[in-house]
Design a protein around this ligand. Structure first.
Ligand code: FES
Length: 250
């Protein structure tokens, strides 16, 4: 689509001939995002109840303690997953529709002005940073795997609890979201003319097929991992504050 075609769209209101409840999906997404953002912001600034024994909240991991930093250590980490999700192809579609109404749904006029120019100008041109956020987010997810395994040991003793299980489920969901990323799919399978010519390209093909399977359900993993990371943090908060027990199984 050319620039002039994009700019010539006549609909600048949410007018539509659709008779279905088209607004339900963008409204639900806006509600879900808003609740998550409020909770994550509260937790990032709370700077308390994020760690107990071998359990560390994913909002605060990896834990970075700097002498000069007087604020919550979560702020030193959360910009990575926040930037990763904010520039994710799925989330972009979702919040352009739900928050900017640009447009809010298929076949519905957009609610913004007439100066739409895609992602070619500031600040939307920054969406191109997504691949770099992917590299950093992948490292954070690998660290969360370490946290999940660390949760199995307390004072050198193997211990397994419901909370460990929650941490493992969380990191599996986060991995499925992160490694189903479009940018990662291009990284492993792009720029190849032949998938079968060499051993290395055959291996790349296998990885690409696996990433493609995850990528098919990218929206699902995006939401599941969003819920799970908030729930895992909430569970650890409750345990750290003494409200819940980690429910040790053995
Ligand atoms: S496209 Fe969604 S995480 Fe990269």
């Amino acid at each position: 689509m050319t620039q002039s075609t994009v700019n010539s769209s006549p609909a600048h209101t949410t007018k539509t001939v659709r008779k279905d409840n088209w607004w339900l999906e963008p409204a639900s997404i806006a509600l879900g995002f808003t609740l998550f953002i409020i909770y994550a912001t509260f937790r990032a600034f709370e700077n308390n109840y994020y760690e107990i024994n071998q359990y560390l909240s994913p909002f605060y991991s990896p834990k970075i303690i700097l002498e000069f930093w007087k604020f919550s250590p979560a702020i030193l980490v959360l910009w990575i997953p926040a930037g990763f999700r904010a520039t994710c192809y799925y989330y972009r579609k979702a919040y352009y529709r739900s928050y900017f109404m640009d447009p809010p749904a298929c076949g519905v006029g957009h609610g913004g002005g007439s100066s739409y120019c895609g992602e070619t100008t500031f600040p939307f041109v920054l969406q191109n940073l997504h691949r770099y956020f992917f590299y950093m987010a992948a490292l954070v997810v690998l660290w969360l795997w370490k946290d999940a395994f660390d949760s199995l040991f307390f004072q050198g003793q193997f211990t397994f609890s419901i909370l460990s299980l929650v941490m493992f489920v969380n990191v599996v969901l986060l991995s499925n979201y992160t490694f189903g990323c479009h940018a990662y799919r291009h990284l492993v399978g792009g720029k190849l003319d032949c998938f079968s010519c060499t051993k290395a390209s055959q291996t790349k093909h296998k990885v690409w097929q696996f990433v493609s399977k995850l990528n098919e359900h990218h929206m699902f993993w995006a939401w599941m991992s969003l819920f799970s990371v908030a729930f895992t943090d909430f569970y650890i908060r409750q345990v750290a504050s003494g409200a819940y027990s980690p429910m040790r199984i053995f």
